[in-house]
Ligand binder design. Structure first.
Ligand code: NCD
Ligand code: ZN
Length: 350
């Protein structure tokens, strides 16, 4: 359906969106974060970076059942499961995964981010498995950053494109690849110029903020995520890509909850929690770009189409209405501080 907007665009009705990149953790944390996502999204791609990571079809099914148990009664929400690519993920696990409904495999370069110690040390070690994925039609979801300490943190995504992604693409021309949570002009350009087997997800926080947000009036750990926020030119390139109507770009929150005391820490964890206000934050970003009419494609169509899944049928309604984000949520025994906690946001899902 087309977005129905009144003349001032104070309400926006769009097809129920999906979140194509989400961390929900496990255990008691599920009871806080799964309801937030299920209230807005029909489906979400569930990241497998648990400790230990999800590496078998059997583990993925068990994890899916734990997530489903945390969906509030009366809400419909489908977790789409993924496996974690390691140097030793056997190629024959791919057929089992496909049969279990697993839709994708996640590549974390070893040491790139939270719980990525088990990640890939050398892509060549995974080639048999990637071959099986290309055959089975499973997608490869890529955390696109190199990890070597001699590469500047802010350059790691751009270097990944040249040293890892381009060679990988040459060797697997028909493997569907999602370049996850892109943060740079270089990544937006690479995806724009690539063929139909490549797409990218973009977070709300990378559309709304540049790296100044991490340092405004003191160090702000809740704005620290990986890949880290970049300078304004990159944010503008991401906004351009997201609001262009190009079907290669779609919504992936990368909502990544951590206990507040581990973010407000001498070596604070990477990850911004945004699931509590995901569509509100995207609406704010698209509104600021004068592109609310492009939100539905980005949030509700492009991802499903790229994954080869049916589009959702229901709708959600966003209203221009200021509301104040809670400062904290319970998070098992700990606290969770959401992005924009205590701030007023201009859009609200009703
Ligand atoms: C994610 C997490 O906390 O699991 N952190 C983050 O900063 N995005 C991991 C990831 O997706 O990189
Ligand atoms: Zn992530």
């Amino acid at each position: 359906m087309n977005p129905m907007q009144n003349s001032q665009t104070n309400t926006l009705t769009i097809t129920r969106p999906d979140d194509w990149h989400l961390h929900v953790r496990d255990g008691a944390a599920l009871n806080t974060v799964v309801p937030h996502t299920a209230a807005q999204f029909g489906r979400a791609i569930i990241m497998p970076n648990l400790k230990p990571p999800v590496t078998t079809a059997e583990q993925a099914l068990a994890y899916k059942a734990r997530i489903q148990a945390a969906v509030p009664a009366g809400m419909s929400f489908e977790p789409l499961m993924t496996l974690y690519l390691t140097d030793n993920l056997p190629a024959d696990e791919i057929a089992r995964a496909r049969d279990a409904g697993v839709v994708a495999v996640k590549l974390y370069p070893a040491g790139a981010t939270t719980n990525s110690d088990a990640g890939v040390t050398d892509l060549r070690k995974t080639y048999k498995t990637l071959e099986a994925m290309q055959k089975a039609g499973l997608l490869l979801l890529v955390h696109g950053e190199v990890t070597s300490s001699d590469i500047d943190l802010f350059d790691r995504e751009a270097v990944f494109i040249d040293t890892q992604l381009k060679p990988l693409r040459k060797d697997f021309p028909e493997l569907k690849i999602v370049f996850e949570h892109i943060t740079t002009q270089e990544a937006a350009q690479y995806v724009t110029e690539s063929d139909c087997f490549t797409a990218a997800s973009i977070t709300a926080h990378h559309l709304l903020y540049n790296r100044n947000a991490i340092f405004t009036g003191g160090i702000r750990p809740h704005y620290y995520c990986l890949p880290v926020l970049k300078r304004e030119t990159h944010r503008l390139a991401l906004v351009q890509a997201a609001t262009s109507g190009n079907a290669k770009f779609f919504l992936g929150t990368d909502s990544a909850p951590h206990p507040a005391h581990l973010k407000e820490h001498a070596s604070g964890c990477a990850g911004c929690y945004t699931a509590h206000a995901a569509m509100e934050l995207y609406a704010q970003a698209f509104d600021a770009a004068g592109a609310l009419d492009k939100l539905e494609g980005f949030a509700s169509f492009h991802g499903a189409d790229f994954y080869g899944l049916p589009r959702n049928t229901g709708t959600i309604i966003l209203r221009r209405e200021s509301w104040t984000v809670p400062e904290t949520f319970a998070f098992g025994e700990a606290q969770l501080k959401p992005l924009c906690g205590g701030d007023a946001l201009p859009w609200r899902v009703v």
